[in-house]
Design a protein around this ligand. Structure first.
Ligand SMILES: [Zn+2]
Length: 139
């Protein structure tokens, strides 16, 4: 897989601060599902566009686990608008979404498949069972 370089910007540090050894709760859930179905994964590949939260190397698959609000999901939470400093925030959130799309395109260009899992998809137990079935094709 060829390396691609991309400029860092101040927002990168905000993202970086999100990255902890333990990961976010939704991310931990995905990791648990992957382990339970025997899929081997790697975390936070810093060399890939957008630093996917989880990658499944055997499948060339990059997984992002996105918060609906911050990444502008089409669900209700993702379409909700901040009450204070609305314009400033909307601009910031729109930039997030634009950057996400650019990262997906960049990953596709270098031959990765991309799966975006939204926080809202993980809430109901029924949904996480569905996700478990969907991910089991990766085995
Ligand atoms: Zn959502």
């Amino acid at each position: 897989v060829p390396q691609i370089s991309y400029a860092t910007d101040p927002r990168t540090s905000a993202r970086m601060s999100r990255i902890s050894p333990s990961g976010t709760r939704p991310e931990l859930l995905i990791r648990r599902i992957l382990r339970s179905i025997g899929v081997r994964y790697a975390l936070n590949r810093m060399d890939l566009p957008g630093r996917p939260d989880i990658v499944v190397p055997s499948q060339g698959l990059a997984i992002f686990v996105h918060g609906c609000f911050w990444h502008r999901h089409s669900c209700r939470r993702g379409r909700s608008e901040p009450l204070r400093n609305r314009n400033l925030w909307m601009e910031k959130l729109e930039r997030n979404a634009t950057r996400d799309r650019a990262n997906v395109r960049a990953l596709h260009r270098i031959g990765w498949r991309v799966l975006t899992i939204w926080e809202c998809q993980l809430k109901a137990p029924r949904t996480s069972r569905r996700l478990e079935r969907a991910l089991s094709v990766l085995r």
